[in-house]
Design a protein around this ligand. Structure first.
Ligand SMILES: NC(=O)c1ccc[n+]([C@@H]2O[C@H](COP(=O)([O-])OP(=O)(O)OC[C@H]3O[C@@H](n4cnc5c(N)ncnc54)[C@H](OP(=O)(O)O)[C@@H]3O)[C@@H](O)[C@H]2O)c1
Length: 218
């Protein structure tokens, strides 16, 4: 598979370690253009969110499958509809970890069961490295969405923490705590490459969530 990698920073550089696929990287000094990208099988983005957003029109024009892990931006409205109309397949994730996909399933279960408790409060604490541009993290916002309710989210930036998330469900008389810690950025690269392989083999028009695709496949 010939992969065009947008962003070869802390996370993208792990995609470049692939021994199975040919990976060519683009960054601020070698910016992606239609002519440079058109011969690839698939695009993977680990660009900062606003940079990725600025390339969305180019990526739609290319019509290639896109896998993106970029966070910290709002998706343009109607993108899913546009992709479906043009038969273009994209997968996005705020977190490409298999462990977080399992956390999503646990939170879906907790969200369905929360009405058994007379009262409850849900909080999320996330910790990342000091260079992370967005706060709260995309994963914390996804966890809030999976709980289907407003959560109190706190963010901490320290050292080179790759990613720590802890959700606390406090029902007053008892507490449920669920935490996930990323130990190596390679896990995000592996998840994104898995998604890229999936899209090259299976057409899936529209803007698909990695967790939904994984749930259908597991
Ligand atoms: N979904 C997941 O599983 C997951 C996991 C980890 C991180 N992320 C997200 O991935 C994104 C990148 O994180 P990171 O920590 O790897 O960032 P990073 O280390 O800062 O790397 C960013 C890369 O993007 C390039 N870039 C920035 N602006 C650009 C532009 N306008 N055109 C072309 N290239 C540009 C940079 O190139 P230059 O150095 O040349 O500017 C650099 O190679 C963030 O949004 C982060 O939240 C997602």
């Amino acid at each position: 598979m010939k992969i065009a990698l947008l962003g070869k920073g802390k996370t993208g550089s792990k995609v470049m370690e692939s021994k199975v696929h040919q990976v060519i990287a683009f960054d601020s000094k070698n910016k992606p253009t239609f002519e440079k990208l058109e011969t690839f099988d698939v695009i993977i983005s680990f660009l900062p969110g606003e940079a990725f957003k600025s390339y969305i029109p180019l990526l739609v024009e290319l019509k290639l499958p896109v896998v993106t892990g970029s966070t910290g931006f709002d998706w343009p409205t109607n993108l899913d509809k546009t992709l479906k109309e043009k038969n273009i397949s994209w997968i996005y994730a705020s977190n490409f970890s298999l462990g977080v996909a399992i956390v999503k399933q646990m939170l879906n279960k907790l969200a369905a069961a929360k009405y058994f408790f007379q009262t409850h409060e849900t909080s999320i604490h996330e910790v990342h490295h000091t260079q992370k541009k967005d706060a709260p993290s995309g994963t914390a916002l996804s966890m809030e969405e999976w709980m289907n309710e407003k959560c109190s989210i706190t963010s901490e930036r320290t050292g080179d923490v790759i990613g720590f998330h802890e959700l606390t469900f406090n029902a007053g008389t008892e507490k449920i705590r669920l935490s996930h810690e990323a130990l190596d950025r390679k896990l995000f690269a592996d998840g994104a490459i898995w998604a890229a392989e999936y899209l090259v083999k299976n057409k899936q028009p529209g803007l698909n969530s990695f967790q939904d695709i994984l749930e259908r496949t597991l």
